[in-house]
Design a protein around this ligand. Structure first.
Ligand SMILES: NC(=O)c1ccc[n+]([C@@H]2O[C@H](COP(=O)([O-])OP(=O)(O)OC[C@H]3O[C@@H](n4cnc5c(N)ncnc54)[C@H](OP(=O)(O)O)[C@@H]3O)[C@@H](O)[C@H]2O)c1
Length: 266
């Protein structure tokens, strides 16, 4: 896949481990400058140490559920990188996951809305306002999940709340595309992360079966490829979307799930 991110200044949220961390590493390898973020300062320092050998990475501590942290995340990242060319929005997991509808309380719903709707929406408002003020181009990629297309019951809170990211990508692109501001949504299938393993460990505990059986059924056997997504594959897709080569895909939602979902149309 084509594309070039060398020299681009990219903020990747929720990135001390898992999907966010691996995206940061892939972008660094391809020559971008990256700011990562998480709540926990020790996790953030450990992640920065691991990223050091790949390129220039900065870290900003911040809880994506808090308004003041979102504002600080943006202003500090802008200062550290002397601008922001792109945001890769990656969300944390809702604390109660795996969490069925009948198990969720009011606070769980509020947390899901803060994480998957308010935070990406507000960060987008702040960033687009800044890009317009500075008269610069910018790109936002909203990472979401294939389960938005084909629901998975234990992820219902997240999926209801992040379904709107498809709207955000299209609406933002239609409104600001002529100013060089682009957005995309990417619906991900399964990636091998600490978060995914934690969720499935809980499922295996509830079902009373060995973890390996749960992983095989819920992850590997759901695609004809019998594997999870590779970080290089995701890195290549994001590199392409961040580059001008993807301009005419403006506002699109892409599905990267190894044909895990059965439905044909997006
Ligand atoms: N893995 C998959 O197969 C898959 C597939 C589709 C979609 N997703 C979605 O992708 C997202 C990331 O999943 P993952 O598997 O990479 O999770 P993960 O391995 O648990 O990593 C989560 C990251 O979020 C950070 N974090 C947690 N709470 C935070 C908060 N309030 N503010 C800022 N950062 C916070 C964590 O760092 P600290 O603990 O240091 O704060 C960590 O860096 C989730 O929304 C998940 O639903 C995952």
């Amino acid at each position: 896949m084509a594309g070039d991110v060398s020299g681009k200044r990219v903020l990747v949220t929720a990135s001390s481990r898992g999907i966010g961390f691996n995206i940061a590493r892939e972008l660094l390898i391809r020559g971008a400058r990256v700011t990562i973020n998480s709540r926990n300062p020790e996790n953030l320092s450990r992640a920065l140490e691991k990223l050091e050998r790949y390129g220039v990475a900065h870290g900003v501590r911040g809880d994506l559920r808090k308004r003041e942290d979102l504002e600080k995340l943006l202003s500090t990242s802008w200062k550290l990188m002397n601008g922001i060319d792109a945001l890769v929005w990656n969300a944390p997991n809702v604390s109660c996951e795996p969490c069925f509808l009948h198990e969720a309380n009011y606070d769980d719903w509020v947390e899901a809305a803060l994480i998957h709707s308010v935070a990406p929406g507000y960060l987008s408002s702040l960033l687009v306002e800044r890009w317009l003020r500075e008269r610069t181009n910018g790109t936002i990629i909203y990472l979401s999940s294939a389960s938005v297309k084909e629901p998975m019951p234990p992820l219902v809170l997240a999926d209801v709340s992040r379904a709107g990211l498809i709207q955000l990508a299209k609406g933002l692109s239609r409104n600001y595309g002529k100013k060089g501001i682009r957005a995309y949504a990417v619906l991900l299938g399964s990636f091998d992360t600490p978060g995914a393993r934690k969720n499935l460990l809980e499922v295996s505990r509830i079902k009373g079966e060995p973890f390996g059986e749960t992983w095989k059924r819920e992850v590997l056997n759901r695609t004809p490829l019998h594997r999870t997504g590779k970080w290089e594959e995701l890195g290549s897709l994001l590199t392409f979307l961040l580059s001008r080569d993807a301009e005419y895909l403006l506002g699109s939602t892409l599905l990267m799930d190894g044909a895990m979902t059965r439905a044909v149309m997006l």
